[in-house]
Ligand binder design. Sequence first.
Ligand SMILES: [Zn+2]
Ligand SMILES: [Zn+2]
Length: 268
Amino acid sequence: MIDDVYEIYAVRYAHHDRQSPENFLGGDPHDILQPLAYFVWAIVGPHGHFVVDTGFDAAMAAKRGRTLLKPVDEGLKAIGLDAGAVEDVIVTHMHYDHTGNHDLFPRARYHVQDDEMAYATGRYLCHRHIRIPFEADDVVAMVRKVFADRVVFHDGTDQIAPGITVHRIGGHSKGLQCVRVNTRRGHVVLASDASHLYAHIDDGRVFPITFCVGDVLEGYTTIKKLADSPDHIVPGHDPQVVELYPAAAPGLEGWVVRLDVEPKTRRA
Ligand SMILES: [Zn+2]
Ligand SMILES: [Zn+2]
């Protein structure tokens, strides 16, 4: 079945320096610099162009103290994708760094889990602690898209197109979904924040922003089943991704990389 094989691109759009204890529930004894990278992803193949997550813009970067490296639409343009023409956006979850840039994809349908929309608009958001990674404007923008017939809801596992499926993981955010894509090297899983760094899924550790620790840990098992090997799992915020995978084209090093080709061997 050649008509369900896709290319995948990771577009790094922002950066945040932080110390390792901030990345793990219970801290980290090493206390080393362990920055986060911010990505959106593009899936390109026989059934069209699919963008996974929408990132944040310069105003949100300033508000949240993150460094915007290149606007999301520039990264997509670098691989020939016109944001204005994209018809499908898969939203892994509704945290501010995955669901900003509300007007960048005017023609797109947004694919969201039932649980994530219910979570982002429901009783848990009465708690300030739960609201930390959410922005009211992002949630309102998604509700407006529901009224504009531009949201497609999914409940658990669902097919977006032949060779592309979403899978509810929960854990980090109640309705978080990962995306499994068939590529020429096998099934790759875009884990998004189901595993921020390789260290989370490799070592069974948990990022501090978490709705349910048990579901985070069970999610690691699910993701390992969905991916053809550990090298087919792509974490959501690990800066190593742009070092392990080759640039999508000369000049895009450290910015846009290809995930459907074998990565370099990871250091233990
Ligand atoms: Zn998140
Ligand atoms: Zn995130």
